[in-house]
Design a protein around this ligand. Structure first.
Ligand code: NAP
Length: 319
């Protein structure tokens, strides 16, 4: 059984299942990546400068022995680098030990102060994250486009972009983003946002496809019922539902048995899931279970539906 490929708007194909690496500790991620590539058959790894483990991901890739040309590698530019995207890419390439990326994304549509009090999470004296509110995302996108022209990345895309944020870059874009990486699972299906992406030729990628750490989705009664009906695991149902919708799924695990089943089980579920199962999962959020798990305290309105975390408020400061 091979992993289905999804064609991007530039003709390049992306494997529909990739290994996530956020919160994989540097100690664990070498073995996880090597196992995923060498033993489990993955050919796609989702990384980010902001995960603080790209050197070890690169080491895992090398230890797998799988040729670079057979692996689809994604990374992301962090907010403190929006004014120097190529510098961020060069750090990532050096960390991973590769000369190019298959896909490079803007991690969040939020530019952070590059000269602030922390290299990744600068804050103001009032405690809020130090955002450069005047920065234009279209200027970040221009730098992303230049990297394609230079041949350092094959495709470029975005992550955590709502319609409102996409409309800040699309009117002046020379290259339409190949993907938008979003929190997607049956509790947060974002049907309207996905319809907008598809209309523009932007492939959706699902992060936190299992609902992230300690996910209630794996115990959801509907998910468990469908899993039992087809003799598969709840995780297989969640991932199979995404791939059935032509959404790239990026499950993270550092546990070999889960790394393997997140690929093989998904392919089994993909064959077994019936139209009515998919329709029931499609309607789960609207039936009262809508929930986002990833809502960092950005002091910015990102324009997403169902972003229920309160906008962070400045702490009183004394002068
Ligand atoms: N663009 C962004 O802003 C953004 C944000 C979040 C995530 N991401 C990407 O998306 C990837 C996935 O998201 P995520 O890490 O938040 O969450 P996830 O993949 O939904 O869930 C990961 C959690 O589920 C566990 N798990 C994995 N497979 C399992 C299985 N078959 N059965 C039961 N539990 C299982 C993992 O544990 P073990 O590891 O202990 O096995 C881990 O605790 C990230 O790693 C990252 O690459 C991107």
């Amino acid at each position: 059984m091979s992993v289905p490929l999804i064609k991007l708007n530039n003709g390049i194909e992306i494997p529909s299942i990739g290994l996530g690496t956020w919160q994989s500790s540097p100690e664990e991620v070498i073995a996880a990546v090597a196992y995923a590539l060498k033993e489990a058959g993955y050919r796609h790894v989702d990384c980010a400068w902001g995960y603080n483990n790209e050197k070890e991901v690169g080491e895992g890739i090398r230890q797998s022995g799988v040729p670079r040309s057979e692996i689809f590698i994604t990374s992301k530019v962090w907010g403190t680098y929006h004014n120097r995207v190529e510098e961020a890419l060069d750090e990532t390439l050096a960390n991973l030990g590769t000369s190019y990326l298959d896909l490079y994304l803007i991690h969040w549509p939020v530019a952070l102060n590059p000269n602030g009090n922390h290299p990744a999470f600068p804050t103001l004296p009032n405690g809020l994250r130090d955002v450069v509110h005047s920065w234009k995302l279209s200027d970040t996108w221009k730098q992303m486009e230049a990297l394609v022209k230079k041949g350092k990345v094959k495709s470029i895309g975005i992550s955590n972009f709502s319609v409102k944020k996409m409309e800040e870059i699309l009117p002046s874009a020379e290259i339409i983003p190949a993907v938008n990486q979003l929190e997607l699972h049956p509790y947060n299906p974002q049907h309207e946002l996905l319809a907008y992406c598809r209309a523009k030729g932007i492939v959706p990628e699902a992060y936190s496809p299992l609902g992230s750490t300690n996910s209630p989705l794996l115990k959801d009664d509907v998910v468990v019922k469908i899993a039992e009906k087809h003799s598969v695991q709840p995780s297989d149902v969640l991932l199979g539902w995404l791939v059935a919708h032509n959404i790239v799924a990026l499950p993270k695990s550092v546990t070999p048995s889960r790394i393997l089943s997140n690929l093989t089980g998904t392919l089994t579920a993909l064959k077994k899931l019936q139209k009515e199962d998919i329709a029931e999962l499609d309607g789960l959020a609207a039936s009262g279970k809508q929930k986002r798990f990833i809502m960092p305290p950005w002091p910015v309105d990102l324009g997403f539906d169902n972003w229920t975390a309160p906008m962070p408020q400045p702490k009183p400061t004394t002068d």
